[in-house]
Ligand binder design. Structure first.
Ligand code: SF4
Length: 340
């Protein structure tokens, strides 16, 4: 049976087209926007200010598209990893409560083309871009939705490779007709797809995080094949052209691997590349992933690296590891559930 068209992900103008097509009163479009985005209502039956006949007509032709998680893993530190349905596939979402912050790490693709050496998602290969409905569902259907303070697009996939759906999702999160979040509470992470990065800097006000992992071309190339097409130096040159005054934030994500990317030479080159920029470096301790030939650094090595960067005037912090007792590395849970 053919699947009904999904309303989740539509703009107010598109909702209007839907109600016009069905011959429903004009104001029904606004009501649908309110029920779906503000009240997070999963079925037409619950939309009590719509007439019974309107609800029946909508039910006949459309689906709302909000689906709760299928599975959850809970860490001793409170981190939760949810598995959401996405058509025939599954996507992972990590909910990370931390004192007064509660961050949601959202996925934009099933699998990923980028094939970074250290990443379990990359090992799955690329399977599909998530639709707007499948991305925004991870936020709206989250049981802890009301406690969320921040959203980061750092889950499965490269967000800038699903650009149009990412931008539409950011609209739903930030526009007054939907969630009206401040863009400064949202961060999009990329390995640096330069053409779409330029567009993102122009078309969005959300924060940006660049996956760096090494300042050296040959070394980064071994970790991240994208370095061949978009070298980190060109990525940095691109973000330097942008005016970073104001509240929008720029950060560099840097996974620290044992005996690989935290020497004095790395500090020197990072300082050369990032010196004078208004940015921060987030150091992330690598946690070994099955079948990946990279090791976790010792605690003191990462601390010394942070201090050396700070001494050079680069603001660097170590991100606390969370959820290590569950399948915390991005891609692990969905890899295990591929055959579910
Ligand atoms: S780290 Fe990000 S860009 Fe690289 S393969 Fe994994 S999901 Fe893709």
């Amino acid at each position: 049976m053919e699947e009904k068209e999904t309303l989740l992900g539509k703009t107010p103008a598109e909702m209007q087209e839907v109600v016009e097509k069905l011959g429903l009163p004009k104001f029904t479009g606004k009501q649908l926007v309110d029920w779906i985005y503000n009240k997070r209502c999963a079925s037409f039956d619950e939309m009590t200010n719509l007439s019974k006949s309107a609800r029946a007509l909508l039910e006949e032709h459309y689906q709302v598209g909000l689906h709760g998680p299928l599975k959850v893993q809970v860490s001793a530190d409170g981190t939760k990893k949810y598995l959401f349905p996405a058509g025939q596939h599954f996507v992972e979402v990590a909910f990370i409560p931390d004192k007064e912050r509660a961050t949601l790490c959202v996925s934009t693709q099933v699998g990923c083309q980028m094939d970074c050496l250290f990443c379990a998602t990359g090992k799955q290969g690329f399977q599909k871009n998530l639709s707007v409905a499948e991305i925004i569902n991870q936020v709206l259907a989250l049981p802890e939705f009301d406690t969320l303070t921040n959203i980061v697009f750092m889950g499965m996939g490269e967000p800038l490779n699903n650009y149009d759906n990412l931008m539409r999702t950011l609209d739903i999160l930030t526009q007054d007709w939907a969630l009206a979040w401040s863009p400064t509470r949202i961060t999009v992470s990329t390995c640096g797809i330069i053409p779409n990065l330029k567009r993102f800097l122009e078309e969005s006000k959300c924060n940006l995080a660049i996956s760096m992992h090494s300042p050296f071309h040959d070394e980064r190339l071994k970790l991240m094949p994208i370095e061949k097409t978009y070298p980190i130096k060109e990525v940095i040159h691109t973000v330097k052209q942008h005016d970073w005054r104001g509240q929008r934030r720029l950060s560099f994500e840097y996974i620290v691997f044992k005996d690989l990317n935290h020497s004095k030479e790395h500090v020197k080159e990072m300082a050369r590349l990032l010196g004078g920029m208004r940015c921060r470096v987030n150091l992330i301790r690598y946690h070994a992933v099955p079948d990946i030939p990279l090791k976790s650094p010792d605690g003191i090595g990462i601390t010394l690296f942070r201090d050396a960067l700070n001494d050079k005037g680069i603001i660097a912090t170590i991100r606390a590891s969370r959820g290590q007792d569950i399948d915390a590395a991005c891609g692990l849970l969905s890899t295990k559930n591929k055959q579910v």
